[in-house]
Design a binder for this molecule. Sequence first.
Ligand code: MUC
Ligand code: MG
Length: 367
Amino acid sequence: MKITRIEAIPYAIPYSKPLRFASGEVTVAQHVLVRVHTDDGVVGVADAPPRPFTYGETQRGVLAVIEDIFAPQLVGTTLLEREVVSDRLSRTVGNPVAKAAVDMAVWDALGKTLDLPVTDLLGGYTDRMRVSHMLGFDEPAAMVAEAERMRDTYGITTFKVKVGRTPFQLDTAVVRALREGLGEEVELYVDGNRGWTPAESARAMHEMADLGLLFAEELCPADDVLGRRWLVQQCDVPFIADESAVTAADVTREILGGAATAISIKTSRTGFTGSARVLHLAEGLGIEVVMGNQIDSQLGSMCTVVFGSAYRLTSRRAGELSNFLDMSDDLLTEPLDIRDGHLAVRPGAGLGVEVDPDKLAHFRTDH
Ligand code: MUC
Ligand code: MG
């Protein structure tokens, strides 16, 4: 069970449909595949999707921090010493995506070593999640058409709509068109990625008051401290902190400071160990959680469903699990299959997925 080697492999897969949102755009998945090897010959895997516009990490930065700092610190520890692993990772400030991938690859290796699914080791609550699809910026008709395609093809009936453009009417028109086009039975919520001011957010929410929104997420920056608190106080739906509340300490500060009333958990930035800490804090605080998407690959989306299915609170709401559908290809041997609006965990050991060596050889960019 001893960790002998940690590999970080850069790869690039173009998106067939780029995702655009207030804080950025993703056209190519320039991720890092992390592999944790043990002395038993087991290899655990996880995916690191760097998001410079959200956390400041880049693909080359993820490679460097894993190769230069994390690997030397962790080689020699065992898969059972996960608290030692997270303690050593925490000596480095920031780098959430790199740390999360190392943590999840350790969990995958542990599951494979014990011949047990990680989702059962974590909590074993259920075996699937309802899927929520993220709709990036476009014209109202195109966004309605995409939502209809997701509903008709995959049975998805929950949509997170990217907002935060100026003027805000560009976005409120989209949300209205979605409600009118898809009817009352779909769930809709909005994510501004900090694009609006508090006043614009308040006006937009007022204009959408009759649209039956489920949540509002990061409409304005949390750094607009008093403005954000003013906005959240008047919001009549739970206000989700996403990129403003990554760690358990961030969540405590933002929730107690009145900057949010719900949180997004993303395994891509807190792994399984950190996500469990955030989840249990949210339970103690009595706030809603949503399993979020960091524009994840299939491997990243599998990690989200492995964690989300493991607990009652995370599986209550639809999880954001479908944006890999917009990638032109992926690394897994067996593609994820969204059916009847749900994504199920796989029964196998670890994460239950395998990386296809031919695909990795084709998409890796380090040779
Ligand atoms: C989201 O929920 O904000 C966009 C940027 C990012 O880091 O994640 C996505 C989705
Ligand atoms: Mg968000």
